[in-house]
Design a protein around this ligand. Structure first.
Ligand SMILES: *[C@@H]1O[C@H](CO)[C@@H](O)[C@H](O)[C@H]1NC(C)=O
Ligand SMILES: *[C@@H]1O[C@H](CO)[C@@H](O)[C@H](O)[C@H]1NC(C)=O
Ligand SMILES: *[C@@H]1O[C@H](CO)[C@@H](O)[C@H](O)[C@H]1NC(C)=O
Length: 350
């Protein structure tokens, strides 16, 4: 017990020291890490306020281009600053509060920086740079917090990564004025309120999930089709695969495929109708056979002559006849007489 009382304050002091240590190093590391980022740019003359040793979010002397909240860096807004060179994502990983990055309207080039290592980002703005190359299909799949992705006015090429379309919280996606090609990935969800893919090299059909956006979100893609932009998707595109393989198949081959497909389709339908007709005829005949058979059997049964007479009387009314024949015990008296009935009936139809 005594030891317990003695240890408790000591323990608390340790915790206090640990917390103080942690907070001071964290703000220090924000400063260090931002300097590291600045040093990765080739022309950082716009960032003269970024001075080592000062507090990035320090009251009056806040560093230029930062979004701060409670003394922590929440966002980078480095727009129109003539920046180029590399964006050091290694440095950004250490800024734990970072939720938004904007490098719009600078001169960055090369492939898309590995922002997907910053899993908590909500916004990425890269509009108006020289970024190029393909974005891997799964690039965005671990960034489920993303709400706004602006990659417009760059030189990105290849397919639109499906992972960006599938982000469940995405509300803004701007990819206009790039060189994206292929089909727009199918869209199921759509929290999207702002969307633009105009002036790319996209092809195929506009997905239904994007029908709410205006024509100007899609214009300037020579091979894109859909009601929205007043360009009908041809039968080949729709029949072969909705929007997916549209561009990989040369036009004249896909047309042939389509007509073959149509011919084959028509053939299958004709065959199906014929089969149905044959089936209907057979069923009809079998029914009549059965009826006649029952009637024949009844005719042949001596024991129930009265019922047989009744059946013959009611011959014009088929339904009634059926009801009669369904009565249990009224039919099939002896195997020999039944066989005779069958023989008679079959000969009458052949
Ligand atoms: C460097 O940055 C400054 C300040 O933004 C800008 O005026 C200048 O054009 C940039 N230089 C280059 C070569 O990009
Ligand atoms: C889409 O981008 C194009 C090209 O920048 C622009 O002309 C058009 O107005 C934009 N439309 C929408 C809905 O943002
Ligand atoms: C159409 O097909 C022929 C033969 O299959 C080929 O030689 C020709 O280049 C094709 N034309 C187009 C426009 O794809």
């Amino acid at each position: 017990m005594a030891l317990d009382w003695l240890l408790r304050p000591v323990f608390l002091v340790f915790i206090l020291i640990f917390i103080l240590q942690f907070t001071s190093t964290s703000s220090k590391s924000d400063s260090e890490t931002l300097i590291k980022l600045k040093n990765s740019f080739t022309n950082a003359s716009a960032l003269s306020s970024w001075v080592p040793g000062s507090a990035p979010c320090g009251g009056d002397a806040q560093w230029k281009g930062l979004l701060c909240s409670n003394g922590n860096v929440m966002g980078l807004r480095l727009e129109n600053m003539g920046l180029s060179g590399k964006i050091d994502v290694d440095a950004l990983v250490d800024i734990s509060g970072l939720r938004s990055v904007s490098f719009e309207h600078n001169s960055f080039s090369g492939s898309i920086p590995e922002f997907n290592r910053l899993g908590y980002l909500k916004n990425i703005y890269l509009t108006g740079n020289q970024f190029s190359g393909e974005i891997p299909a799964e690039f965005f799949s671990k960034m489920q917090s993303l709400k706004k992705v602006w990659l417009a006015n760059n030189k990105f090429s290849g397919k639109i990564p499906p992972s960006v379309i599938h982000l469940s919280n995405l509300i803004e996606l701007h990819l206009e004025d790039n060189q994206f090609s292929g089909a727009i990935p199918p869209v199921m969800q759509s929290k999207l309120t702002s969307f633009n893919v105009s002036n790319n090299k996209l092809s195929g059909e506009i997905p239904d999930g994007l029908a709410k956006f205006s024509k100007s979100s899609f214009e300037g893609n020579a091979d894109l089709c859909g009601e929205k932009i007043g360009k009908e998707c041809n039968a080949a595109t729709e029949a072969v695969a909705p929007g997916v393989f549209a561009k990989t198949i040369p036009m004249n081959i896909s047309k042939n495929d389509a007509s073959n497909f149509m011919k084959r389709g028509a053939g299958i339908i004709t065959l199906a109708v014929m089969l149905l007709c044959v089936a209907a005829v057979i069923i009809f005949k079998m029914r009549r056979k059965e009826d006649d058979l029952e009637a024949g059997v009844q005719n042949n049964t001596d024991d129930e002559a009265v019922e047989a007479v009744e059946v013959q009387i009611s011959m014009p009314v088929r339904q009634k006849e059926m009801e009669l024949t369904k009565k249990p015990g009224s039919t099939r008296k002896g195997p020999s007489s039944a066989k005779g009935g069958v023989g008679v009936v079959i000969s009458s139809y052949e």
